[in-house]
Design a binder for this molecule. Sequence first.
Ligand code: HC1
Length: 589
Amino acid sequence: KVNLNIDNIQVSVERDTTLLNAASQLKIKIPTLCYHEDLCVAGNCRVCVVEQVGSDRLLPACATPVSEGMEIRTNSLKVRNARKTVIDLLVSEHRAECTRCYKNGNCELQHLASEYLIGEDSYIDLVPLKEYTIDYFSPSIIKDDSKCIRCQRCVRTCDELQAIGALSVAYKGEDMKVSSFFEKPMYEVICTNCGQCVNRCPTGALVEHNYIDEVWAAISNPNKHVVVQTAPAVRIALGEALGMPAGKIVTGKMVSALRRIGFNSVLDTDFTADLTIIEEGNELLHRLKAALVDKNPDVHLPMTTSCSPGWVKYIEHMYPEYLPNVSTAKSPQQMFGALAKTYYAKKMNIEPEDMVSVSVMPCTAKKYEANRPEMHSSGYKDVDLVLTTRELAKMIQQAGIDFEALENEEFDSFMGVSSGAGVIFGATGGVMEAALRTAYEVVTGREVPFKGLNITPVRGMDEVKEATIKIEDALPEWDFLNGVELKTCVAHGLANAKTVMDKVKKGEASYHFIEIMACPGGCLGGGGQPIPTNATIRRQRSKAIYREDVGKPIRKSHENPEVVKLYKEFLKKPLGHKSHELLHTSYIG
Ligand code: HC1
């Protein structure tokens, strides 16, 4: 342990603790901008400076480890003056059009400028605003260099967490900027649209492409029937953006708010998450049969999940030779869109051209996914508009709804019923767990051999998780699987996906099925989730997801009665003709 004194309070902390973390143990908040607990320390903004008694130098608290006997002052006049100067300089080079900025009210620079009473443009002549361009072209992300404070959280996010490197630092000195490859628009470079950079940007330099006005316009149009679907991970995070603590389940209030906003049908992506399990699970069993019984050399194993559009784009760029390994099942969002304008429209007597299909997602890449050319299998654009959790929160505020006071309501029953397996899609390992709950039972006629259906080896925040399930006493139809040890792997965050894919590529892994989610923690840590999102908050959201699962009367996708009805009335059988037409696709990169 190391003993030191911070603001006249003695504290004893572990060796290698930074001054920032030591202060936080004493509940002393030191302001930061470039620091983010998910990322390596950069120490480049200098907002977190503190004073060491007896030394002339100011130390960056985020980048300075504690040492024995140190005496630190976090709030001396010298510290306050230095911080104020730094913030003032940052505000001076930032296009501070705060009232018109999408991040207004949720901008870390704005909060600091307010705390430190930065009232005058002290350095405006010293740091003239440069020419800037705003990149609006991506359907997911808007990049506005004029609001960038060069903290490089986005660069570190893209590089360290996502192993992409779509953003990097270009030029030097005062010309230094965060740039894409040759300053091309984001949609032309290898950006996966995951939005993790957006979630960590402290200002309005990187924000989601928002479609709030388009959704209001559709709702106000009396000739349109607007259906909304909500992703699994929205219901356990939306409350945070509306002043509630992390880890609060707000499913019922969310449904109620969506009705008040004016959506005509309030439906659930979890319904098609259950459907995905049926289609994807059958596809896996098909591939296993082709490999084990037919000895087909062209079968592609391991099969990987396909529901995370950031992952699909990543594999298209980085491992295109493995595209045939990606499940052909579309994501639940897109299955939903395709069914909304066919099955649902017909049942409800709505002309598909009069329908506007909206989704609320924790993800910015879902905006991109909905725009992919493959996603028009209903004959129309299957999902017209995608909102993030943050955009929905904004709409709830605009509508003057007192969210916390709302009564809980239920989703519409038709395409609104889901199992616990559908809910856990929102957490890393959830798709695998949902698939195993169903596949094991289909093959053996028995429930998975895990207490309470909780397949704990695939749960949690470990970077890469592996689980093996031995199949014994299979039903006659699945005889060929007797004795097979089904090997599975789960990774979240694209840097971890890279670890797994490199292993597969080198022939060092013998998995049958791999789940990959582009975002750390899975969708619950998606780029469209409330800000801040960090490890502590991801854990709280994860606990909430599993609580929601346990609270559901149905826990297995194949027992969802609405899915059973869908097959009976419309699809007829998994992987059948209609399913292929509407629910499957292939990616060509
Ligand atoms: Fe996800 Fe999915 S779980 S991808 O993480 O398969 O975004 O929540 O909606 O489509 O269901 C996201 C979440 C989401 C899809 C489902």
